[in-house]
Write a protein that binds this ligand. Sequence first.
Ligand code: ADP
Ligand code: MG
Length: 543
Amino acid sequence: MTMETLEFQAEARQLLQLMVHSIYSNKDIFLRELISNASDALDKLRLAKLQDGLEADTSDLHIEIEADSEARTLTVRDNGIGMTREEVVTLIGTIAKSGTADLLAKLKEASDSKGDAELIGQFGVGFYSTFMVADRVSLVTRKAGTEGHGTRWESAGEGTYTIDDAPDAPVGTAVTLHLRPKDEEDALYDYADQWRIKQIVKRYSDFISFPIRMGEETLNSMKALWARPRSEVSDDEYHQFYRHISHDWADPLEIINMKAEGTFEYEALLFIPSRAPHDLFQRDARRGLQLYVKRVFIMDDSKELIPDYLRFVKGVVDAADLSLNISREILQQDRHIQMIRRRLVKKVLSTIKDMMTGNPEKYATFWREFGRAVKEGLLSEPDNHKPILDIASFATTHSAEPTTLAGYVERMKEGQEEIYYLTGESRSQVENSPHMEAFREQGYEVLILTDPVDEIWVDAVPEYDGRKLRSIARGSVDLKKDEEEKEPEGDFGPLLGFLKEKLDEQVKEVRLSHRLTTSPACLVSDSDDITPALEKMYRAMGQ
Ligand code: ADP
Ligand code: MG
């Protein structure tokens, strides 16, 4: 094939624009992104050999950096899996990631550049970040296991790129940056400077498990962070590692180390992020943990290791006794994996519980960001109702601050046996509901549940600590129930009869009630019926 000039996909072009105009204050991170891609490519080659029997030399997998201050170029080279011409076009010329459109829309809204940087960081800047420091980038690659020539890609980051055959390309990928003119004011930004490069590698990529070489020297220590005692690792090292695996720009909220010895050995290093990713509620989002076997990367997004409702937890699990060519199918069945999963869940939930007492502010952040996801666990994990409810908090009529269920139970009135709640679309809607009147009047606290998932889990969870959860929109909750049943219709008899007749199609029964103080009437459902809000949700879903 000959040389072609192609256009970047529209979304890719928009992201590139942002990079070229460099809204991101920390430009150093482009190197972290390149090294991260190179490391992924080396992992992939080793895996292809292990699992698919690809014939490849993996005896010296490494990353090489060449800085030429005369030519003002910087090259990052790996002898990993490489890319075919078609792959270069799809992987580099387009953005396949979910949520891109979303992100770009948000970027348009955000007016300040700090907001932009945060959004971009959350999204993972990737390969395009090279255009923050280079005015031209070329990539030469050859896919492992393919015959013939490789591929050369080149772009100035402005709408188009060229792609051509590269006859002599070795297996792997080399990315060369033609650096922008030196900023004399700021020597720090000289990325052709070897000392500067060493410093950046040490800072951001020390834990990368393949050697990163410059000349004869290996720049990184290659120590697996999860295998090192916590006391020996600095927060900064943890944070850099977190960024490597999560693409999150902010520091994590919590770091969790785990180590199990004995019949089944594993080490885990988990992170609870400090904010929800933009795609937390998107089906195709990346989720789960990385699985390693004895320091060898096996797979990303290993859903088997952590249930869906904790999908925001990032990290690494390194298991000693699994086979290197374990497949996802086998993983699902594996007893050990199921055991690890149970332990991780327990540990994550207990960490959050500790956070509630040890650092309430941190907990409040956690719950604000991830509470909606965590509550999904009430549907999928009946065994964990109690530990999940223990770390949950809910809006309440008691105060502006959310409450735990334990807090609610403590404040329950003399003689109150059930935990009252009302679901709805918003706090104000719930507070103004006629159902609320008598409860407010008589000083009963009611939980205000306004997340869509609340409609569903309340039906799956019968009780907390022996107290029934009870919707105040349902028929049988009446504060003066006995009296109501006996309530004489008196003068109202004819009115009730009239209403019943008129509303025959719509209601089952019309009766007098004590539950109202100012509203003339309200609709309630039978105890076994669905709540009004759920009814509405089903209707919206066309059921
Ligand atoms: P991400 O790494 O988050 O997928 P990037 O923008 O960094 O996003 O890279 C896009 C894709 O290009 C990668 O997923 C990978 O498939 C491919 N790629 C980038 N660099 C390399 C490399 N050195 N070797 C092989 N493939 C690469
Ligand atoms: Mg990348």
